[in-house]
Design a protein around this ligand. Structure first.
Ligand SMILES: [Ca+2]
Length: 163
């Protein structure tokens, strides 16, 4: 799976108890916790300024099904008279549900392909093969040219090849 997540920090932040509105400076020292095993993030920004947003990718193949509460944690700074002032730790919670896909993970299932995916259970047509075959006579790719390869050839003898 690959998902794009967006962190949006509003320009104004309202204090829940006093109702006072502050100008958000940034949400920094960001880290993420609670990702399922096998899933990681790419390019989580160090900080997101108030009134802006940043994107990052959550990617990988989760190992175990279940519900995963994921927390993005960081330090919230507000702007008071032009100075950046630390207010508190702030956490944003997301949920990742890992469910078993019908037919299992898809990918390239041909062992001789360059991008063979051992975890894939059904082929999605993405296989890439090395164009230069050092042994084109080895039709079943077992490393030797034998009677099996000849039988494989005879089995399709006379068929018209697709373009
Ligand atoms: Ca062979």
């Amino acid at each position: 799976m690959t998902q794009q997540w967006t962190i949006h920090v509003p320009a104004q932040i309202q204090d829940a108890t006093s109702g006072t509105t502050y100008q958000a400076d940034s949400w920094g020292n960001l880290s993420i916790a609670g990702l399922p095993e096998g899933v990681s993030i790419t390019s989580l920004p160090d900080a997101v300024s108030g009134g802006t947003q940043a994107c990052f990718e959550v990617t990988g193949t989760p190992v175990t099904t279940g519900e995963y509460p994921v927390a993005i944690v960081g330090d919230l700074y507000i702007n008071i008279l032009g100075s950046s002032v630390f207010i508190s730790n702030m956490s944003s919670d997301q949920m990742i549900w890992v469910v078993e896909s019908e037919g299992g993970p898809v990918g390239c299932t041909y062992a001789s392909a360059q991008n063979f995916d051992a975890a894939a259970l059904s082929d999605d047509g993405s296989c890439l093969f090395d164009a230069v075959n050092p042994c084109p006579e080895d039709l079943n790719s077992d490393g030797v040219v034998t009677i099996s390869d000849l039988l494989a050839l005879l089995a399709v003898f006379g068929e018209v090849c697709p373009d």
